[in-house]
Design a protein. Structure first.
Length: 125
């Protein structure tokens, strides 16, 4: 290949790159200016996603020997004190605290505190 052909080829690549950059900028401006018509449908779709919710009354650590000694009527002493808020987890991540309630003869949890997004991020790290 001659130097002239290489130079022309590089110029073509540069022009194409410029056109791609312009198209990307135009697409980004368009998507920010007007919300997508399907965005509400996407959010609606997410509303049917199942999540695992669990409530932790407390925790305890014990040796294997203590575990093997347990039987009916044994009591496991938890680290939490009576009256402390229960921890509420969604998919294993802490999201809130609450208190135990009874509704129609079933246990429930009344939310008393929602963990801020910043605190949730700190808990992950």
């Amino acid at each position: 290949m001659a130097d002239n052909e290489i130079e022309q080829g590089l110029e073509g690549v540069a022009e194409a790159a410029g056109e791609v950059a312009e198209a990307a900028t135009a697409a980004a401006a368009t998507s920010q200016a007007a919300p997508k018509k399907g965005s509400a449908r996407t959010i609606e779709f997410l509303m049917d996603v199942s999540l695992s919710v669990s409530v932790e009354v407390g925790r305890a650590r014990m040796t294997i020997n203590d575990l093997l000694q347990m039987g009916p009527g044994s009591v496991v002493e938890l680290e939490k004190l009576a009256g402390e808020p229960l921890d509420i987890f969604i998919n294993g991540k802490p999201v809130a605290r609450g208190e135990a309630v009874i509704v129609n003869e079933k246990f429930g949890v009344r939310l008393t505190d929602i963990i801020s997004p910043e605190d949730r991020v700190e808990g992950i790290v």
